[in-house]
Design a protein around this ligand. Structure first.
Ligand SMILES: [Zn+2]
Length: 443
């Protein structure tokens, strides 16, 4: 196990993984083989076992770092479809919004490291707490100056008066109190979308439904057709992707009518919405954010949401709907991604891989299907499906090396000690220490 590479990329820019069991996330069965990385891309994959001890059958250049996987699993790095790197693991929305911007920027970078440490090498920003937090985080991460997942930046959620993200009391009508940017009417939404694009966001996030914890019910659909249409046309003319917080059935239908690619939540989608979605399934991806529902309903008592309370019961009911709806979507071949809305005290950043287990345990996914929801479809929700999320020649080298077989037990992906290697953009962020690993396992 040569270990010459380093995060700053000062060593050779080629890495060869030998003796690895490859889950390539194309849907194929795992196979033993070798994977050569050149620069930041996968150069070559060979099937078949190499001679023990890491001697490779592949031709590779001098100075190549060889990592003998000793039978560990090599798979694409996980991708979270619904990341909020600026949600600071706080016990509620207000402490996220009230944090001052200087601290908030640093905390955002701390969160980015937690997510990468958990084996997540990519993520799509779902919304930021302040206009430029995601934009700056993305730039510093992608330039390799701070550790974090390959990231796409969102701006704050755009919401309507009284909707999710408008929490200012009537006597202090100041927009700085709100997590979202509150708009009313097409011209206001036009200006907001243009402003966020000016700041550098990759995607525009619209809050098309309510959210129980904020007082506007999850089944309400507060944004007008004119407002949604305006936001979409403004985003599209600048080639930006649109994401929507869409719990209600009406809001899911709005997403389909207006071609909104990323549909978050979708718990209450009715049969008509499912028919519409199935007919347009090549254009949309769904991420239910299921960890938020589970943990808010069942594991937030310490933070004031007692199981059995009206609020917890509302989330319990939505969870039940979400499970039924996601099972139907899965049967209809609609693409569903992991991404649990992490970033609150009861859904801490870094626990993101729990979603994979939830997809298996609650939604009836096979372990392989759940892994695809965390890799292949993650690449697609980042609009990089032709170069990210699978182990294929020419794809970006965002990879993890896992001690064990995630297909026989997906829970091992939640154990950072079992994620023994992390490569992002062709550089080893975490280098496996195989001998020590073996000693630990046999001890
Ligand atoms: Zn969210």
């Amino acid at each position: 196990m040569a270990v010459e590479s380093s995060w700053n990329g000062s060593a050779s820019n080629a890495t060869l993984f030998t003796n690895v069991r490859i889950i390539d996330a194309t849907g194929e069965y795992p196979y033993t083989g070798e994977v050569l990385i050149q620069g930041n891309r996968i150069k070559q994959i060979t099937k078949g076992s190499s001679r023990f001890g890491g001697t490779s059958s592949m031709t590779y250049g001098a100075g190549t770092t060889v990592i003998d996987g000793m039978g560990a699993t090599l798979m694409p790095g996980m991708i979270d479809a619904h990341l909020h790197l600026s949600w600071n693991n706080a016990p509620g929305i207000d402490p996220i919004q009230m944090m001052e911007v200087e601290e908030h920027m640093l905390v955002t970078m701390e969160m980015a490291k937690l997510v990468l440490d958990a084996g997540f090498t990519g993520g799509r920003g779902a919304a930021a707490a302040k206009p430029r937090l995601d934009v700056v985080a993305k730039r510093f991460i992608n330039e390799g100056r701070f550790p974090g997942p390959r990231y796409l930046a969102a701006g704050p959620e755009i919401t309507t008066v009284g909707g999710l993200g408008d929490s200012a009391p009537s006597h202090i009508p100041h927009e700085g109190l709100n997590l979202g940017i509150v708009v009313s009417g097409p011209e206001e939404i036009r200006r907001t979308v243009r402003t966020l694009i000016k700041y550098g966001v990759d995607s525009i996030k619209l809050n098309l439904s309510g959210e129980e914890i904020t007082g506007m019910g999850a089944e309400e659909t507060p944004m007008s057709e004119e407002e949604v249409a305006m936001a979409c046309s403004e985003a599209r003319c600048r080639n930006k992707v649109i994401s929507a917080h869409a719990r209600s059935s009406g809001s899911v239908k709005q997403c389909i009518r207006h071609g909104i690619q990323n549909i978050y939540h979708a718990s209450f989608a009715d049969e008509e919405a499912l028919d519409m979605l199935e007919a347009a399934k090549d254009r949309h991806l769904v991420a239910p954010g299921i960890a938020w529902l589970i943990n808010t309903a069942r594991h937030a008592e310490q933070w004031g949401i007692k199981p059995g309370s009206r609020l917890a019961e509302a989330y319990e009911r939505e969870l039940e709907m979400c499970i039924a709806t996601m099972k139907k979507m899965h049967r209809r071949g609609i693409r569903i991604c992991i991404g649990g809305d992490y970033g609150f005290a009861w859904t801490p950043q870094g626990a993101n891989a729990k979603d994979i287990q939830t997809f298996v345990d609650m939604l009836g996914f096979s372990p392989m299907e759940a892994l695809l929801a965390a890799t292949k479809y993650g690449g697609q929700i980042m609009c990089m499906g032709d170069e990210l999320g699978m182990i294929k020649e020419g794809y970006l080298a965002d990879l993890i090396l896992v001690d064990g077989d995630p297909l026989s037990d997906v829970r091992i992906l939640q154990d950072k000690n079992r994620i023994i290697g992390i490569m992002r953009d062709g550089k080893m962020y975490k280098t496996p220490q195989m001998n020590e690993q073996r000693r630990r396992l046999t001890a």
